[in-house]
Design a protein around this ligand. Structure first.
Ligand code: ATP
Length: 279
């Protein structure tokens, strides 16, 4: 009981006072935020706000400067290498799809699993029974994940032959192969049509509910952000300017100003959630 209570109160991911400076430019300035366990959180902001830079600190690609800290499931991962942080439970997809094009979908997922396997992905010629068993389990697990993301029928297709939407799904399957605690999605709906984006919102909820992960997104499509997020953090010019529910954020004057300029405020413009389009 007390152990469960502790588990539910530890945030899946927490950043404290994260800062990144490029030369004279403070790209991220003392940003703190929390991704509660098994929640869906979006990080938004105008171009150049610092979203990608902040993501890169969370995943270990950039160091945080001036004494910031990143905690994954309560564990301090500040300064750890990206592969180490990934193996501890932080998986990500990229803004530009990064798959092994000349591998099948199933192989792409198995490659991602290598840190969980004892025998490696493509084993030796002579295999011990335990290696064959592990290989079989990895294969079944990969097929299961591909089915889960909706591309089970394409398991043996080369990644490069999959449609754009299916490549995005494969990226998610590959990230989930790490059995992460937190899944970071970098502009996941870029290039999707409105129908695919709407389906994606349901998909993210299913990922959270069935795989028991927390999801953190950088997303530009406001109709997706407003529908998918339980909590939104807004950056502007490296600073956190707002945080809250979709409703709180879309009516926040600082957020409206950051996106549309102060003149927009005078006309009572709010961040469009896609519902009022054409009304
Ligand atoms: N490697 C770098 N060297 C120098 N400046 C950088 C570097 N990466 C980003 N910047 C600058 O840091 C600021 C934040 O950039 P970042 O890419 O994090 O913003 P963003 O919110 O992700 O923007 P976008 O939505 O356009 O992707 C920008 O002013 C950018 O020009």
């Amino acid at each position: 009981m007390s152990e469960n209570a502790t588990l539910t109160t530890v945030p899946a991911l927490q950043a404290d006072d994260v800062s990144v400076v490029f030369g004279g430019l403070v790209a991220v300035n003392k940003v703190s935020f929390t991704v509660p366990d098994q929640s869906i959180v979006s990080l938004i902001g105008p171009n150049g706000a610092g979203k990608t830079t902040f993501f890169n600190v969370l995943t270990g690609l950039y160091p945080t400067e001036r004494g910031g800290q990143v905690l994954l499931g309560g564990r301090d991962v500040t300064g750890m290498a990206p592969h180490k942080i990934a193996s501890l439970g932080l998986a990500r997809t990229f803004q530009n799809i990064r798959l092994f094009n000349l591998m099948t979908a199933e192989e792409n997922v198995k490659v991602a699993m290598h840190s969980h396997l004892k025998s490696g992905v493509f084993g030796t010629v002579i295999r011990a029974p335990w290696q064959r068993r592990e290989e079989h389990e990895a294969h079944e697990f990969a097929l299961d994940l591909l089915k889960f993301v909706g591309i089970g029928k394409s398991a043996y297709e080369y990644a490069r032959n999959l449609s754009y939407g299916d490549q995005r799904r494969l990226e998610v399957a590959r990230a989930l192969a790490l059995k992460p605690r937190v899944l970071l999605l970098d502009e996941p709906t870029a290039g999707m049509n409105p129908r695919e984006s709407a389906e994606f919102v349901d998909f993210v909820h299913r990922v959270r509910d069935e795989r028991k992960v927390s999801v953190l997104l950088i997303e530009h499509d406001m109709s997706v952000v407003m529908r998918v997020s339980e909590r939104i953090t807004v950056l502007d010019r490296g600073e956190k300017i707002a945080e809250g529910t979709a409703e709180e954020v879309r009516t926040n004057p600082r957020v409206v100003e950051a996106y549309l300029g102060s003149a927009a405020n005078d006309n009572h413009v709010t961040i469009d959630d896609g519902e009022e389009a054409g009304s």
